[in-house]
Design a protein around this ligand. Structure first.
Ligand code: KIV
Ligand code: NA
Length: 275
C-alpha cells in the first residue's frame, strides 16, 4: 500500500497522483482495480449517495459507516476520509476523539479537513497524535452557508496571497497533502511549486501534483449539479435506465427468466405433485 511518503516521492519524481472518491464497497473495489493512488471517502457522499443538498447534514457516524464499506472493498489502497461538518472546531479533546474514531472504527489511513488559519493548531495536534491529515483549501463546501454559495475562489491578488500563505501554514503544521478546490489554474500552479507536499487539485487546472474527482460525477452516475470542472468518462446512468427498461419489457413479454435462469425437478416428482 502507498503511504504519505509515497505521495511525497511521486511529487518529487513528477509522477502525477490520481485520487477519486468512493462511498461504498462496489465503488471501492472499482477504484482499487483501476489502480487509484488514493481513495477519498468525501463528505460529498451527503449529496452524491444520500441525496442531501450539501455536505452540512453529514455526520461522523455516516462517515464511519461508509468508510468501513470502502475499506472492505479496497483493503490495499490508501484511504482518506473527510472529517464532517463541525467535528473538528470545538475543544481539541472532542476533535481528537472524533479523529480517533474515524481512524480506529473505519480503518481510514488519514483524515481530511477543510480550512486554513483556523485549523492550523488542529492539524498540528492530530499529526503529533499520529493521524495523517490532508488539508483542503479554496472552495470549502462545509462553509457554503458562510460563503453564500459555491464559486471560484481567490481570483484576486489579496485573496490569492492569503491562500498561498495558508497553503504554507498547512504544510508547516504537518499536513501531508492539500486539496485545492475551484481556484484559478495559475494560482494552483504557484501553490504546487511553492509547496513540498503534494497539491491535489479539483477544478484547479492541470499543473497541480495530482487530481481528484467525485466518482459518480466522472462516470455519469450523479444526480446532483455537476460542476464545469468535471470531465465525463462514462454514462452509467443511461446504461442503468436502459437496462432496467429492457428488464421490465422482458418481464412483461415473458422473455425473462429463460431456461438458463431456472431450476428443474424430476418428471416423476412433477407428476406426483399434479396428482
Ligand atoms: O467530499 C469530497 O468529495 C471532496 C473532494 C471534492 C475533494 O472533498
Ligand atoms: Na469533502
Amino acid at each position: 500500500m502507498k503511504t504519505t511518503k509515497s505521495f511525497l516521492k511521486m511529487k518529487r519524481d513528477g509522477e502525477k497522483i490520481s485520487m477519486v472518491t468512493a462511498y461504498d464497497y462496489p465503488s471501492a473495489v472499482i477504484c482499487e482495480k483501476a489502480g487509484m493512488d488514493l481513495i477519498l471517502v468525501g463528505d460529498s457522499l451527503g449529496m452524491v449517495v444520500l441525496g442531501y443538498e450539501s455536505t452540512i447534514p453529514v455526520t461522523l457516524e455516516d462517515m464511519i459507516h461508509h468508510t468501513k464499506a470502502v475499506k472492505r472493498g479496497a483493503a490495499d489502497t490508501f484511504i482518506v476520509t473527510d472529517m464532517p461538518f463541525m467535528t473538528y472546531h470545538g475543544s481539541i479533546d472532542v476533535t481528537l476523539n472524533n479523529a480517533r474514531r474515524m481512524m480506529q472504527e473505519s480503518g481510514a489511513s488519514a483524515v481530511k479537513l477543510e480550512g486554513g488559519k483556523q485549523v492550523i493548531s488542529t492539524i498540528e495536534t492530530l499529526t503529533n497524535a499520529g493521524v495523517p491529515v490532508m488539508g483542503h483549501l479554496g472552495l470549502t463546501p462545509q462553509m457554503v452557508g458562510v460563503m453564500g454559495g459555491y464559486s471560484v475562489q481567490a481570483k484576486e491578488e489579496e485573496e490569492a496571497n492569503r491562500l498561498l500563505e495558508e497553503c504554507l501554514l498547512l504544510e508547516k503544521s504537518g499536513a501531508f497533502a492539500i486539496v485545492l478546490e475551484c481556484v484559478p489554474q495559475q494560482l494552483a500552479e504557484i501553490a504546487s511549486k511553492k509547496l513540498t507536499i503534494p497539491v491535489i487539485g479539483i477544478g484547479a487546472g492541470k499543473h497541480t501534483d495530482g487530481q481528484v474527482l467525485v466518482y459518480h460525477d466522472m462516470i455519469g452516475y450523479g444526480f446532483h449539479h455537476i460542476p464545469k470542472f468535471v470531465k465525463s468518462y462514462g454514462n452509467v446512468k443511461d446504461m442503468l435506465v436502459a437496462g432496467l427498461q429492457k428488464y421490465k419489457e422482458d418481464v412483461q413479454q415473458m422473455k425473462f427468466p429463460e431456461e438458463e435462469h431456472s431450476f428443474n425437478m424430476k418428471t416423476e416428482t412433477i407428476d406426483r405433485l399434479y396428482g
